[in-house]
Design a protein around this ligand. Structure first.
Ligand SMILES: [Cu+2]
Length: 154
């Protein structure tokens, strides 16, 4: 039996009036309707590999209003974070998936830690707000080592 390879940093679903940091725009108000209206059979899959100390590809380009499955896989010898709070609050979330283990329904996530040597988690979401969003690994000195990326929503 495979050990659980993914740990999540989750935020409890927030009340609509709660103010978040970052862009200050808060969560996407009609996220549930956006997720329900999306054609998930047409979702585009994007694969991101985490390693010491980088994301590959470094930059993701997404189109607002389209459904995506973003696969995060850690092939490195260390745990790595995919921390992108501004991006994560600018999308409509469907779920996070750990294959054969868990589906997690959330309104908002700040960071995902993908565990070393094969950890994987898939993010199902619809980007809503256009912009450029930074992704960083907050573990130890990984950011200083260059572990950052960019998500552009057009
Ligand atoms: Cu890292």
């Amino acid at each position: 039996m495979r050990r659980a390879l993914v740990a999540l940093t989750l935020v409890v679903p927030l009340a609509a009036c709660h103010t978040l940091g970052g862009s200050g725009q808060g969560l996407v108000a009609d996220a549930a309707a956006i997720v329900a209206a999306a054609d998930w059979d047409q979702a585009e899959t994007l694969r991101v590999t985490l390693d010491e100390h980088s994301y590959s590809p470094r930059e993701l380009r997404l189109k607002a209003g389209r459904p995506y499955r973003i696969e995060l896989r850690n092939i490195g010898d260390k745990h790595h974070y995919y921390t992108a709070p501004e991006f994560f609050q600018s999308v409509a979330w469907r779920k996070l998936l750990v294959e054969r283990q868990a589906e997690i329904k959330v309104d908002y996530v700040t960071a995902v830690e993908v565990l070393r040597k094969g950890g994987r988690i898939d993010l199902f979401l619809v980007p809503v707000r256009k912009g450029s969003y930074r992704v960083v690994c907050t573990l130890d000195d990984h950011l200083e080592q260059g572990m950052e990326g960019l998500i552009v929503v057009e």
